[in-house]
Structure formats: structure tokens, C-alpha cells
Design a binder for this molecule. Structure first.
Ligand code: BGC
Length: 747
């Protein structure tokens, strides 16, 4: 069977083969082992309150460095500051990069120095846990492998690639001595204005859940490296579109869309969770006991460490204004359920924890719970035995192969009029536009620096689209004399607050440039190198081809050249809805009233033509053509299963993503028009057929209504491509396990 879970399972099998501990040995959760458990309890019994408060404190490495160090040079530790933070305050964690990115050896040497002080000079010898943002590969490490951002991985619809990319990232972190990655981002990307859209797995919950869980498992494949699911919860839905602002999310939406990827990550054994810096319905998440304790720790059963985001405890006082003082902010956050505070420059948090416990305002048991979780993380990572993880890196060529395969698979061919692509061998080409000769536009943010926008930070031999073209073809023309123009439009990489935008439209300058190129009267192939779908005016209608590239990573240029030349057959699918206009930002899984057109129509023929995305979720062309045949569905005790035959009706091998969408015809809460319930990517030779069995995600067939999650009886349809079949559920169910009447209908 080519079932929904098989790709992830296959990736798991190869992980075992590479020496990983996979699902057998989740780190940092509950399985510390008898010896580990004894060590944790013995430490807790011996720790002073001040030492416990220290463990709950996390500072940036800048706090340990010489303030006079060259910000463009390598980090230079200041022994006095290092001893104060690590041995006297006894911080539990240090994170981040100071100065330029380090190579593998420099990272290890730096972390050895820090751990040496922690282990030998602190009273109890507890190692720190060092964290880093390796959000698409270890971007702060010279010589490490960068991958497409999560949005690009999502476009592959191949969880096994997300797992492989995370595994390599974790291996490279371990080689640096870094045991903790602040990744993956599991925020569902439904607000394209948001500056971190590219870090998400796109707008669909089933896709985000599958890709996110695979990313967590990829970290667990490597002994001694923990992942961090972030940012719990609702961070990606700011009503203003701006980073770290208010989200309005009703309970049903929260549970149907934003929670499931985190639930999947907890089920996969994620060791740590980072909190959303914003607020939901006015309640800052860092102060929400309902979300951090009742939902995450109790309902989902999360046993790991909840870490704050950057300075977010202090911000409860300074920005959110729910705490009249910093001390109140610390009390609120600790009582809400945070275990570690990314302060990140100061140690006042620890002082406040001590004073709050002494005054009886925070129970010691809450502090003990937080510290137990932190020590369990350290124990699970093996830091007490070896304060630095280590691993044998896979050969360079294997790491490059995965990154290159992921880059190629992430490219989405959205238009290909008159089969302009692949280019004929005799075609002469001009490559133009702001993205044509830039390495940063390929890799995007979190590459060698936070914003990733400085070309000087990139390796000297980093490829650009023109350099990759020159390597393979070597001949380029001026637009006026070429047969075809490749127009590389690009957004400057940005992220977080610096990435806030006031207009989803692409800037006028680039749109003018595009029109100028089209005015030359030649086929124009537009390549979109963006962090999010920037709205393009109607000139795209006149383009011969359009390729969504997003941020494919350093091998994206070579992959794009292969796609243009036809040595690679495109297979990526858009993991979000590309809006046609800035005012029509409507996800594909909207409700029917959202698409009622202006003409409105008359009963019973209401006009539902009010939704006209530029490109649809799941869209993506190939150089071959696929046909879906023989779709059938059955609903029974084991859930809803679909079966479909895929036929490669074209003349070359290609990869297709079979996408099964479910529609609930009538429900007690207005149903969404359709939702992705299963997908499978398969490669098929021309003239071949394959039968694909899919388990449909019951959490997507049902929804959260007034009485919690329910699968309501009634008629449903499953659609794959342009065929659909109906099925019926005969009674309401909480889960399929409650199924009593095994009747089913197949049509
Ligand atoms: C970001 C997090 C990141 C943290 C540490 C914050 O500003 O929101 O995603 O992990 O910084 O660098």
C-alpha cells in the first residue's frame, strides 16, 4: 500500500539505519531511565532556590562575550562575564550567535569553554543546554548545509524530505556541540502579510501536521539533539498582519487549524515548546495558564520544557501591559506555565523568581516542576555524561544531495503556456531582474545572519541563478536579442519585525520592470523569489510561464536551471493560496459565504464566483500529464479510506502529489468547502499506473463544534483532481473508535 503514513515510515527506517534512536528513545520527555531519574531527584534535593531560579534563566551568548569584541569577528568570551552567568547565577541555558557565523570547530571550542565553566565551576556541576535557530539548516555555521525554508519543504508534499533535512540539520548541530534547535515552526501560515510566512509549512493544517511531525522525528533520529515546536499558539494569525500582534481566534478555529501541528509534535515526542510573543483575544500567551498549562501540559500531556520567546516576560509589563511591574510579569508567566525565560540579556528574572517564592506568591512546587523538566531535558540529551553532543557527519555529498533534491522538489511550475518550458536546446535566453544574481534571495532569512540579507556573509562560491546558468549553458543574451526572458523577481529577505509590510503587492518598480520586459514581445518566464505571495498585477497573464521558487536554498539556482532546461521535471505544489488582489486573502478551505459573488444570483443558483485566487492551493504543473482514475471510498470502523489509480498519460517520468479533499455537505457549524484529508507523492514512469490507498484524516473530516470535536452524520464527498465520490456517515461520532454500526456506503 502507498498509504498516507508510508513515506514517514520509510524515512524512519532509514533513520534507524543511520544509527538514530527514532521513536525508541525520545529525549527530554519522560524516559530519563532509573539512573537519570535518581540524578534529577538528587540534584533537585540539593539545589538552593537561587540555583533553581538560575536553571530557569536563558541568556544570549552576547551576555558572556567581551562587549568590545568585533561584531564582525568570531565570538570572544569574557571570562568574568562567563563565570558570573554560568557559575554564579547558574543559568540553565545559553543561546544564539554573537559576531560572525563560526565553523564547526570554532563552535565546539566555544561551547567546550562554556561547558567547562558550567561543569567545573558551578556548585553542582550542571551543564548548560545551548540553543540555536537552525530553522532551515544550521544557518549560523560556516560550511553547514542550508535547505529550502519550511514553505518550500511543504511544496514538496514529501514529509520524508522534511525528516531528512531535519536529521542532517541535527547532525550538523551535534557536530558543532549544539544540542537544541529552535525549530520547527509549526504556526499554520494563513496570513500572507506576516513576515514569517516562509518559515511555516503553509496554510493547510493536515500538511503542516505531517511535515511538522516529520521534522520533529528528523531531530530525534540524532542522539543528543532536541527540537523545539514553536510558537505555541496562534502566532501566525495576527489580525494586523504584523509580527507579534493580536490574533482573534475562536476556540473552534484554534483547535481545528492552529493546534493540530503542535499536538502532532507532542505525540511525536517533541522535547521543548516555545511560546507565541503575541496575544490571542487580548490574552498574551506568555501569561495564559489556560493555554500553557491546561491545554499544552495537561490536555496534550506535554512533559518537556516550555521556553519563552525573546524578552517576552518583561514585555508582559512593557508592551502588553497586563503586568504592572516586571516582578508581576515574572509571577504571571511562571504561574501560567513557562519553565525557562529567554530573558535574554539580564538576570533579574532569577531574582524575581526567588523573591516570589519567598513571598509565597509562587509555590515552590511550580519552580520544582519547571526545573525538573529542564533537568530531564539535559538528562535526555546526555549532557551529564558528555556536555557536548557529537556525531559522525554523513558525507558532504549526501547532505548536498538531500538539499538539492528538496530544492528541486520545492519549485512550483504555475503556468506553462504553449509548453514554452522546457526550453528547446536552440533557444537563446536572457536572465534579468533583481533576483537573478543574488545568493540571499535564494536562501532568505536565517542564513548567516538573522535577516540573511547580506551577500557578503555568504560563501564566496555561493551560486546565483546566472552563475548556475553560466556553469551549465554558458551563453546569455541581452533581453532585446534573446528568444526568451527569464525574469527573476525577488523580495529582499526579511523576518520578524523588520519584515512587517504595509502592502502585500510587489513594489511598483519590479512590476514596471516586468511590464517593460513583456513589452519586448518575447516569452517571459517569471520566477518568484519571495518570503510570501506578493500580489502581482495582471501582467502575469501575459507571462509564458510562472515559477514559484520561494526560498529554495543554495541549490535552488541549479535546480531552477535544470527545470528550465527540462533535465528536471517539476513536481512542487503550492502550499498556500496565491491571492489575486490584496483585498482577497481567502484560504482554500473557506466557507461557502466567503465566495458568494457580487452578482449574488437568485435561488437556487447563487453565484459562488467571489473567490478568484491567482493560483490555487495544491496547484503545480509537470512536463508529463497525470490522470486520476477509479476513485473509491469506504467508511468503516477503521476510518475513511480512499483508493485511487494514478496514470502517467504523458511521455516522461514524473512525480505527482495525489491530494484527497473532503467536503462535508451539511453540518451544524457551517462546513468548509473542502479540506485536505490525505496526500501522497509518487513517481511514475510514462504509461504506468499505480493504485494509491489513502487513510483520510478524521480530524479534518470532523470539526470542533459547540460540544467539542465531532464527526457528524450525513453526506460527504472525497475529491481527487477533478473526480469526486460521495460517502455517508450514519451517526455522530467523537472518533472512529466509537463506531458501532459498521454500515458504509461506497459510490
Ligand atoms: C524568534 C524566535 C527565535 C528566538 C531566538 C525570536 O525573536 O521569535 O523564533 O527562536 O528569537 O533567536
Amino acid at each position: 500500500m502507498v498509504g498516507a503514513a508510508s513515506a514517514e515510515a520509510t524515512a524512519g527506517a532509514s533513520a534507524q539505519a543511520t544509527g538514530g534512536h527514532g521513536a525508541n528513545g525520545k529525549v527530554g520527555t519522560s524516559e530519563a531511565g532509573a539512573e537519570g531519574h535518581a540524578r534529577i531527584e538528587s540534584l533537585l534535593a540539593r539545589m538552593t532556590l537561587r540555583e533553581k531560579a538560575g536553571q530557569m534563566t536563558q541568556v544570549t551568548i552576547h551576555s558572556l562575550c567581551d562587549p568590545g569584541m568585533d561584531p564582525k569577528g568570531p565570538a570572544v568570551l569574557d571570562m568574568g562575564r562567563l563565570r558570573h552567568a554560568v557559575a554564579e547565577v547558574g543559568v540553565g541555558s545559553v543561546f544564539n550567535v554573537a559576531g560572525r557565523p563560526l565553523d564547526f570547530g570554532e563552535w565546539r571550542a566555544l561551547l567546550e569553554e562554556i561547558q567547562h565553566v558550567a561543569v567545573n565551576e558551578s556548585r553542582l556541576g550542571i551543564p548548560i543546554v545551548f540553543g540555536l535557530d537552525a530553522v532551515h539548516g544550521s544557518g549560523y555555521t560556516k560550511g553547514a548545509t542550508l535547505f529550502p525554508h519550511n514553505l518550500g519543504l511543504a511544496a514538496t508534499f514529501r514529509p520524508e524530505l522534511a525528516r531528512a533535512a531535519s536529521r542532517i540539520t541535527a547532525q550538523e548541530l551535534a557536530a558543532c556541540g549544539v544540542p537544541w534547535n529552535f525549530s520547527p515552526v509549526l504556526d499554520v501560515g494563513r496570513e500572507p502579510r506576516w513576515s514569517r510566512f516562509v518559515e511555516t509549512f503553509g496554510e493547510d493544517v493536515h500538511l503542516a501536521k505531517r511535515m511538522g511531525a516529520a521534522a520533529v522525528l528528523g531531530h530525534q533520529d540524532v542522539v543528543g539533539v532536541a527540537a523545539c515546536a514553536k510558537h505555541f499558539l496562534g502566532y501566525s494569525a495576527p489580525a494586523t498582519g504584523r509580527d507579534r500582534t493580536t490574533a482573534w481566534i475562536p476556540e473552534g478555529l484554534l483547535r481545528d487549524i492552529y493546534l493540530p501541528p503542535f499536538k502532532a509534535a507532542v505525540e511525536a515526542g517533541v522535547e521543548t515548546v516555545m511560546v507565541n510573543s503575541g496575544d490571542i483575544n487580548g490574552e498574551p500567551v506568555h501569561a495564559s495558564r489556560a493555554l500553557l498549562t491546561d491545554l499544552l501540559k495537561v490536555e496534550l500531556g506535554f512533559k518537556g520544557v516550555v521556553v519563552t520567546d525573546w524578552e517576552d516576560v518583561i514585555k508582559l509589563h512593557l508592551i502588553h501591559r497586563v503586568a504592572p511591574s516586571v516582578r508581576d510579569a515574572v509571577r504571571m508567566a511562571v504561574l501560567a506555565g513557562i519553565d525557562m525565560s529567554m530573558t535574554p540579556h539580564e538576570f533579574g528574572f532569577a531574582d524575581h523568581v526567588v523573591s516570589l517564592v519567598e513571598a509565597g506568591e509562587v509555590p515552590l512546587s511550580r519552580v520544582d516542576d519547571a526545573v525538573r523538566r529542564i533537568l530531564r531535558l539535559k538528562e535526555g540529551l546526555g549532557l551529564f555524561e558528555a556536555p557536548l553532543p557529537s556525531v559522525e557527519l554523513p558525507p558532504d555529498r549526501e547532505r548536498i544531495r538531500v538539499s538539492r533534491e528538496a530544492a528541486a522538489a520545492s519549485l512550483v511550475l504555475l503556468e506553462n503556456r504553449d509548453a514554452v518550458l522546457p526550453l528547446r536546446p536552440e533557444t537563446t535566453v536572457a536572465i534579468v531582474g533583481p533576483g537573478c544574481d543574488s545568493a540571499p534571495v535564494l536562501s532568505g532569512p536565517w542564513s548567516y545572519s538573522w535577516q540573511g540579507d547580506n551577500p557578503a556573509d555568504y560563501p564566496k562560491d555561493a551560486e546565483t541563478i546566472v552563475s548556475a546558468w553560466d556553469k551549465v549553458v554558458g551563453d546569455r543574451r541581452a533581453p532585446e536579442s534573446a528568444d526568451v526572458i527569464v525574469l527573476c523577481l525577488a523580495e529582499k529577505p526579511t523576518v520578524e519585525k523588520p519584515g512587517d509590510i504595509d502592502d502585500l503587492g510587489l513594489n511598483d518598480e519590479q512590476q514596471e520592470f516586468a511590464r517593460g520586459m513583456l513589452a519586448l514581445g518575447k516569452p517571459v518566464i517569471a520566477v518568484l523569489l519571495f518570503d510570501r505571495p506578493r500580489v502581482l498585477e495582471d501582467w502575469t497573464r501575459d507571462c509564458a510561464a510562472v515559477i514559484w521558487a520561494g526560498r529554495p536554498g543554495p541549490f535552488g539556482a541549479g535546480a531552477l536551471v535544470d527545470l528550465l532546461l527540462g533535465t528536471f521535471n517539476p513536481c512542487g505544489k503550492l502550499p498556500f493560496t496565491y491571492p489575486r488582489s490584496t483585498g482577497e486573502v481567502i484560504p482554500y478551505d473557506h466557507r461557502l459565504p466567503d465566495r458568494l459573488g457580487k452578482s449574488y444570483g437568485a435561488r437556487p443558483d447563487y453565484a459562488f464566483d467571489g473567490w478568484r485566487p491567482r493560483w490555487r492551493f495544491g496547484a503545480g504543473l509537470s512536463y508529463t500529464s497525470f490522470r486520476v482514475e477509479a476513485l473509491s471510498v469506504s467508511a468503516g470502523r477503521e476510518g475513511v479510506k480512499a483508493s485511487v489509480t494514478l496514470f502517467n498519460a504523458g511521455d516522461r517520468t514524473g512525480r505527482e502529489v495525489v491530494q484527497a479533499y473532503v467536503r462535508d455537505h451539511f453540518a451544524s457549524v457551517a462546513p468548509r468547502v473542502e479540506r485536505l484529508a490525505a496526500f501522497q507523492s509518487v513517481e511514475l514512469e510514462p504509461g504506468r499506473r499505480i493504485v494509491i490507498d489513502l487513510d483520510l484524516d478524521d480530524r479534518v473530516i470532523g470539526f470542533h463544534g459547540r460540544d467539542g470535536f465531532v464527526l457528524e452524520k450525513g453526506m460527504f464527498s472525497v475529491r481527487v483532481g477533478d473526480t469526486a465520490v460521495d460517502f455517508e456517515l450514519f451517526q455522530n461520532m467523537k472518533r472512529f473508535s466509537e463506531w458501532v454500526d459498521p454500515s458504509f456506503i461506497v459510490s
